[in-house]
Design a protein around this ligand. Sequence first.
Ligand SMILES: NC(=O)c1ccc[n+]([C@@H]2O[C@H](COP(=O)([O-])OP(=O)(O)OC[C@H]3O[C@@H](n4cnc5c(N)ncnc54)[C@H](OP(=O)(O)O)[C@@H]3O)[C@@H](O)[C@H]2O)c1
Length: 339
Amino acid sequence: MKNMQCHLIKRPVGEPVASDFDFVEQTVREPSDGEVLVKNLFLSLDPAMRGWMMDNKKSYIPPVGLGETMRALGIGKVLKSHDPKYKEGDYVSGLLGVQEYMTGNAKAVGGLTVVQSGLVPMERYLSVLGMPGMTGYFGLLTEAKPQEGETVVISGASGAVGAVVGQIAKIKGCKVVGIAGGEDKCRYLTEELGFDAAIDYKTSDVNEELRKHCPKGLDIYFDNVGGEILDAALANLAMHARIIICGAISQYNNTGDMYAPKNYLAILPARATMRGIVVMDYVKDYAEAGMQMATWMMEGKFKAREDVREGLENFPEVLMNLFTGDNNGKLVLKVAEDD
Ligand SMILES: NC(=O)c1ccc[n+]([C@@H]2O[C@H](COP(=O)([O-])OP(=O)(O)OC[C@H]3O[C@@H](n4cnc5c(N)ncnc54)[C@H](OP(=O)(O)O)[C@@H]3O)[C@@H](O)[C@H]2O)c1
């Protein structure tokens, strides 16, 4: 059997392009003692991949080496197992890589989690029931600690993480304002997800809109994008506001200096706190969070949306949708049929 792999061959300058990657065909390696062979079905395309491609900044995870298979979370099916924890036919999620097959030791790839088939579409284990869902859940509930009646503002609100944060904040009785790009995404937030208001950052003055929709200020600002939108949020803080720094997608492809928030001193009079989060810190509680979100979904209180594209060979082009905003929901790449 052949295994098509996508290797990172250049560190991107600005936006990643197709020539930063090479597609290489290898023979599928047979699993040795303690290893499994997994057929990849769906891969998760995440903004974090942009950071994993770079080796010039301190991060929470080592960079992908040049010539190595690009790192990716995925869902796959176990074809062969020499690890007693997994059996043939199990579906697993974990760092499977941008390739058709993964042969390896589960521990060495950061762990593989068995997921149940038939309950939800498989790709949901990469969205609400996967890493982005966990990020939104713990970032909001464990770190920002929303209280009933508080105002919660989220940037990147219609994306994989943002939509989770906003919906949980609504369940907790908060007023929720989402910031997203374009009329369709804003309509999705208010009409489908029940947000109280949505701000289209592409056509409006975010600072002015925040003042209008949040007259008492922002109690929680959950930031996925950074840059000028973070600045606008800082200008509108309520007393004791909590700012969660989840990501800064507007800055990931910058070739120059990162945009530094000009309004950072607003944190002082507001006695606000600004906290960075890394989803892996909550791994021991993932199962409980997954159960809770699955329950909310069954009760009709919570929606998931995945944007599924096809073809391993399309990885570089599909990835770019995250940076152009052309994804509607969690961006997933289907790489094989489950047969
Ligand atoms: N800290 C952690 O552990 C952790 C874990 C997961 C994700 N994250 C971070 O969370 C953020 C969201 O990730 P996600 O997976 O949920 O992605 P996503 O929101 O599903 O997709 C990315 C979205 O970002 C928006 N965007 C792109 N360029 C932008 C710009 N210049 N200004 C404003 N918005 C822009 C686009 O939406 P619009 O059309 O609305 O512009 C795009 O659809 C990212 O920053 C990611 O790095 C952090």
